[in-house]
Design a protein. Sequence first.
Length: 74
Amino acid sequence: MGRGRQKAKATRQARDIKYYSPATDLSALQQELGGGRGHATRTSSPADDSNDADYAEYGDRYSGDDDGETRRLG
């Protein structure tokens, strides 16, 4: 395939991608953005809760309560 044909094909593909607009489900979008009634949002995930427990022991060690001094461990 010659360079002219390659460039024409690339231009055609770029134009197809640029002007492609899939069908949008507006009711699903409204529910996702918080417009749905009775939809409770969760502020933390179960992974967040387990991470807090895993790293709780490091909170005291690295809290920075050394009378204004900062030191580097390790």
